[in-house]
Design a protein around this ligand. Structure first.
Ligand code: ATP
Length: 592
């Protein structure tokens, strides 16, 4: 029978040993210090009951003791043991915090290595919950759990030895109560474990819901769904609240029953001890000292069993931690991958087929030959696969069939970093960070000088606007800073991409939020900056691609037309129809 519910920490799961090896072992000097302080903490608690015995039997009873001695010893023991406990607590907390820090750091570093497909399938809220709550649960287990286990085990062994030394029969009565703990623990452990798992799952759901409704607040407001969102959140939080209450009730009930068992044990000690005093086989001082020592037995037992809950909670967190850390990036350097040698930026697609799920291809047998320095436009209806196509060039996803090569080399055989450093990409949705405008642009190349930042801002036609802001390039963006319009954000993102001086520049519908005047200006600028680069311009507005050397028209994942703007207009097919529609739309807007 698992007397103290110790199976969990005696038969440590593999992941637990991995946790110790990976995250705890580097702090071994602190572990040793903590073990030493554990020993001192245990020893420092021992003299108090003995002082009580000395007071009652020797000072009060036999009148052979010294009262000042009692005062001095009690003060010394109390101050000493408190001091040691404080030091112990500090070391243990430090250890837990260090491990939590390293776990969070390892998780974040690993997440950044993972491929796009992982983030497509995992909710942001769940990931945040893992980094924050799981790190916390493991820290709790290490600082309040694991170290206490050693203190409690040690205390238990030392005190039981002391009890047997003081009085064998009383000691036997004390330990006879222990099986009662085992029975009550068995009744509770399974239920507590299940509740703990449910609480964790619900926490993930609450975080995911919160993340969705806050990051999508614009949609929530525009569809007047504030009430609906807050009701959804309330529903989830209510379920979380109920589960937390169940967990607390189970914990409190268990603690109460454990305390009752200790009380019964103590009562039997007093009853039998009283009988022994009446029979003059025991002194009052010894009984009181013994009684005080029994608390030292029951407390660690209750702790050891309570720690079980903390360990259960952490076990789930440890499993999830390693599940994430063991997730290999789908896209990574193959063994022997080489750096992309210098070249002109010749991009070729050969019969490329790709789907986010293998069962549903989005792109079908795409072939393109984009020579060095060539500018190509990619147009087509929404959902045709334009953005998907350009995401394959920096290997954000791998093709399912066919291949993509840069300067004649298949990108799957090249080092990822070498491909990506040669490609500048301005995505459809530009992400700006909570930092200054200069820092946001400099994100493209961290060592860029102020002049370089300013040059690319000019090229992206955002410099004049930045100069109108009171803090200029030092203006903070984000929650507590300035908010930019969609078009302004796109221009900052273009400046950022230009800063890397990429050989291949991909602009994924990045001029869609610009007014026609700015767009015209930026088109001229872009064609200027694209001069010696290979350029891919994904666009809805055909005016954005009119100057391109070649335009590909995509429909349902297939190239249905290709040629220059004039050639495509002459054919009178899809492109020219799209052109006519847009022209008519623009005219209608102009005339009201
Ligand atoms: P738009 O002009 O509206 O931006 P697009 O031509 O760029 O459209 P894509 O964004 O490439 O089209 O999307 C093509 C198809 O792939 C769509 O059906 C879309 O639902 C799907 N899709 C896009 N991104 C993902 C993703 N991360 N996971 C699964 N499917 C996706």
């Amino acid at each position: 029978m698992d007397l103290l519910g110790t199976r969990n920490y005696l038969t440590m799961p593999n992941n637990f040993i991995r946790l110790l090896n990976t995250f705890v072992k580097p702090f071994w000097p602190w572990l040793i210090l903590s073990a030493f302080l554990t020993l001192l903490t245990t020893i420092s608690t021992l003299p108090l009951p003995w002082i009580i015995q000395y007071l009652i039997d020797d000072v009060i009873g036999n009148k052979t003791g010294d009262l000042m001695y009692v005062l001095f010893l009690t003060l010394a023991v109390t101050i000493g043991s408190r001091g040691i406990m404080m030091a112990h607590q500090y070391v243990v907390t430090f250890l837990g915090q260090c491990v939590k820090f390293h776990i969070r750091h390892a998780l974040v570093a690993h997440l950044h290595r993972l491929s796009m497909s992982y983030f497509d399938q995992t909710q942001t809220g769940k990931l945040m919950s893992r980094i924050i709550s799981d790190g916390y649960a493991i820290q709790q287990m290490l600082s309040s759990g694991m170290v206490n286990i050693f203190t409690d085990f040690l205390t238990l062994i030392v005190i039981i030895t002391v009890l047997f030394y003081i009085h064998i029969k009383l000691a036997l009565i004390t330990i006879l109560v222990l099986p009662c703990y085992a029975i009550t623990h068995k009744a509770f452990a399974g239920r507590m474990r299940k509740t703990s798992k449910k609480v964790r799952r619900k926490t993930d759901e609450v975080m995911a819901n919160l993340e969705g409704s806050i990051s999508g607040v614009r949609v929530v407001k525009s569809f007047v769904k504030e009430r609906y969102e807050s009701d959804q959140f309330k529903k989830k939080v209510t379920q979380h609240f109920k589960l937390n209450m169940t967990q607390n009730v189970q914990g409190t009930l268990w603690n109460a029953i454990a305390a009752l068992v200790s009380g019964v044990g103590g009562a039997f000690v007093l009853w039998y001890g009283g009988y022994l005093i009446q029979a003059e086989e025991l002194t009052i001082g010894v009984l009181l000292a013994f009684y005080a020592y029994t608390a030292y037995v029951f407390d660690p037992i209750v702790n050891l069993i309570s720690i079980n809950v903390t360990i259960q909670r952490a076990n789930a967190a440890i499993d999830r931690l390693f599940e994430t850390l063991d997730t290999e990036p789908l896209i990574r350097d193959e063994p022997g991958a080489i750096a992309l040698p210098a070249g002109g930026g010749h991009v070729q697609f050969e019969e490329v087929t790709f789907g986010y799920s293998h069962l549903a291809p989005i792109l079908h047998q795409i072939s393109m030959d984009v020579g060095p320095g060539m500018k190509v436009g990619i147009v087509g209806p929404s959902g045709a696969g334009k953005s998907t196509l350009v995401k394959l060039i920096p290997r954000l996803y791998d093709v399912d069939a066919g291949g993509i090569s840069i300067d004649g080399r298949d990108i799957r055989h090249l080092q990822l970093s070498s491909i990506r450093s040669r490609i500048g990409m301005v995505p459809q949705e530009s992400t700006l960070f909570s930092a200054t405008l200069a820092d946001n642009i400099r994100y493209g190349r961290l060592d860029a000088s102020d002049e370089e930042v300013e040059d690319v801002a000019r090229a992206a036609n955002i410099h004049d606007f930045i100069m109108t802001l009171p803090d200029g390039y030092n203006t903070r963006l984000g929650e507590q800073g300035v908010k930019l319009s969609g078009g302004q954000k796109q221009r900052v993102a273009i400046a950022r991409a230009l800063l890397t001086d990429p050989q291949i520049l991909i602009l994924d519908d990045c001029t869609s939020s610009l007014d026609s005047q700015t767009e015209a200006k930026i088109q001229t600028t872009l064609h200027h900056v694209l001069k010696d680069r290979t350029g891919f311009i994904v666009a809805h507005r055909l005016s954005s691609v009119a100057l391109c050397d070649r335009i590909y028209v995509l429909e349902a994942g297939r190239i249905v037309e290709q040629g220059s703007h004039d050639e495509l207009l002459r054919t009178g097919q899809i492109y020219s129809r799209m052109h006519e529609q847009q022209y008519r739309g623009d005219m209608e807007m102009v005339h009201g």
